[in-house]
Design a protein around this ligand. Structure first.
Ligand code: FAD
Length: 317
């Protein structure tokens, strides 16, 4: 299977397009996932990311009004969704492998399953903390770099218990995350950069950024990365705003600055439909500017924004 970097480089200099999908809640069909792909495939996505969610505690109300915990997972596995998509569309998939909520052994079995399915591209992440957690509490690996160590060892042909594989496998190619405006838990950008460099030195083929709304933050970050000796592609991740509430929610959750002009335009919106229009216009401007700067690829955070991403791609590509 061709890897993400080869796919991006196969465009003859044109900026590549990718987007991501969220596995549906347990008990639901994949129709929503397929709808997103059917809507966006005309833009020739070079690959599709499949997000992974840590355990989500599911409660049921009891007749006496109290709640009982009935499950720890609420979505089907990313491995299965990734396989279904690759099988149906023959577009490379990039499942997210996360530390959070998964034991090292569960991760190993996901890697084995992916090998069997011929899926060799991954995005390695720590994962978010659970809604029920005050702070991130690892059950397996603490940091994405620890998970990377496990994948690297697997790529060398070794299991967690030190035993060697009997068959040659196709090593995983993988990307990892980076933060133009620093990760929310990092003391400063320099510390974050140190870990980004560690990821690349240990084998990450590329980095994908957290969403940002001010392209200058991305350009400055790329420059700092290059100065720090990080020379892999740094794929910008952008998202069209779709809700008025994202004006306050996104900076809080993702430590992402909303530029004054965008904030002002959102503040005067009276409905989410108006916010969608503002979000699309802003994202088109961002995408056009990134393309003009010759970025190798743009990754769209398309969750709950399929129609908006379609409009952005139509206008910018
Ligand atoms: P890390 O690289 O482990 O960094 C976490 C923090 O620890 C940072 O502050 C960093 O500076 C610091 N740090 C890193 N390495 C070390 C080290 N070795 N020693 C000490 N400190 C260290 N979340 C999900 O749950 N599911 C998803 O599918 C998902 N997809 C994402 C896709 C992209 C492109 C991005 C950018 C994020 C995604 N996230 C997802 C969110 C991500 O999991 C969170 O941002 C998470 O809080 C950090 O992940 P990370 O891989 O950057 O962690």
């Amino acid at each position: 299977m061709i890897n993400v970097i080869e796919k991006i480089q196969s465009t003859g200099g044109k900026t590549a397009f990718s987007f991501e999908l969220l596995p549906p809640l347990k008990g639901n069909s994949l129709d929503g996932v397929y709808y997103t792909i059917d809507t966006l495939r005309e833009f020739d996505p070079k690959y599709i990311n499949i997000t992974t969610h840590r355990s989500e505690l599911v409660y049921r109300k009891k007749p006496d009004g109290s709640s009982e915990l009935i499950a720890h997972r609420n979505r089907p596995g990313t491995v299965a969704i990734a396989a279904a998509i690759q099988h149906k569309y023959n577009i490379p998939v990039v499942p997210h492998i996360i530390c959070s909520g998964f034991t090292k052994e569960e991760t190993e079995y996901a890697l084995i399953d992916l090998q069997i399915l011929g899926i060799n591209n991954l995005l390695l992440l720590r994962g978010d903390k659970g809604k029920h957690e005050e702070v991130y509490t690892p059950v397996g690996h603490r940091y994405a770099t620890d998970l990377q160590g496990q994948v690297n060892r697997f790529n060398q042909g070794f299991f967690l218990d030190g035993t060697e594989m009997n068959v040659a496998m196709q090593p995983f190619s993988y990307g990892m995350a980076c933060y133009p405006e620093k990760h929310s838990e990092a003391p400063d950008l320099e510390s974050d950069l140190k870990y980004a460099k560690m990821k690349v030195d240990a084998g990450a083929d590329y980095l994908v950024t957290q969403m940002f709304f001010d392209n200058q933050k991305y350009y400055d970050f790329v420059e700092k990365c290059r100065e720090a000796g990080i020379h892999v592609p740094i794929i910008p991740g952008i998202k069209p705003i779709t809700l008025m509430s994202q004006l306050t929610v996104l900076p809080k959750i993702f430590h992402t600055h909303i530029p004054d002009e965008l904030a002002e335009a959102l503040r005067v919106c009276k409905t989410d439909e108006e916010a969608v229009e503002v979000g699309v216009e802003w994202c088109i401007r961002q995408a056009k500017d990134l393309i003009a700067h010759g970025v190798p690829s743009i990754h769209f955070y398309s969750l709950m924004a399929t129609e908006s991403v379609k409009r952005v791609a139509q206008a910018a590509y």
